[in-house]
Design a protein around this ligand. Sequence first.
Ligand SMILES: Cc1cc2nc3c(=O)[nH]c(=O)nc-3n(C[C@H](O)[C@H](O)[C@H](O)COP(=O)(O)O)c2cc1C
Length: 188
Amino acid sequence: MNELDFLRRRRSVPSRLLGEPGPSPDQVLAMLAEAVRVPDHGKLVPWRFLRIQGPDRATLGEILARRSLERDPQAAPAAVEKDRQRFSQAPLVLAVIGRLTPGHKVPEQEQLLSGGAVCFALLQAAQALGFGAQWLTGWAAYDPVVTARLGLVAGETVLGFIHVGTPSELAPERQRPDPAALLGDWTP
Ligand SMILES: Cc1cc2nc3c(=O)[nH]c(=O)nc-3n(C[C@H](O)[C@H](O)[C@H](O)COP(=O)(O)O)c2cc1C
């Protein structure tokens, strides 16, 4: 079972524990090269990427903080501050953007699933390179004002923000489901 060691050991690190250094530009391209090698029915490439790094992370945080107050003028200052910091922990955030082709013979669900596979492949690629990473969404991923500021157009959605950096500490393993308990045998 040694072949499965990496997969068995990998786990996400919360974004608040991720700091410098992040991946180099070459490492980012290497990660993306793995991420695009996912099953994609019909070769529709129903996804794209956005790189968020450097001072732009704080700018996005400001957009979130302002929008957070717009959505809820009574929002607690701590919650608004949390939103302001959301993209400022890890040095790199890669947004995976789904772009579905409606009415195609490949159902939208399959296009979406391919995008989910991209997110996980990207997460694993970052972890395989020795970085800590976490797949997050949060309200901002679904907020039309924020997604417009990210440059998404009609038909596009945020499938995940993959935060990548160097872990300041090892995250504890989380409880995993028992696969045997989830397995049933089909009997005709
Ligand atoms: C689509 C998606 C969105 C997620 N969004 C969040 C989030 O906003 N906040 C959060 O704490 N965890 C979120 N998670 C969960 C974490 O990414 C992840 O399950 C957890 O960190 C453990 O991951 P691991 O199995 O790689 O260790 C999300 C997971 C998925 C699949």
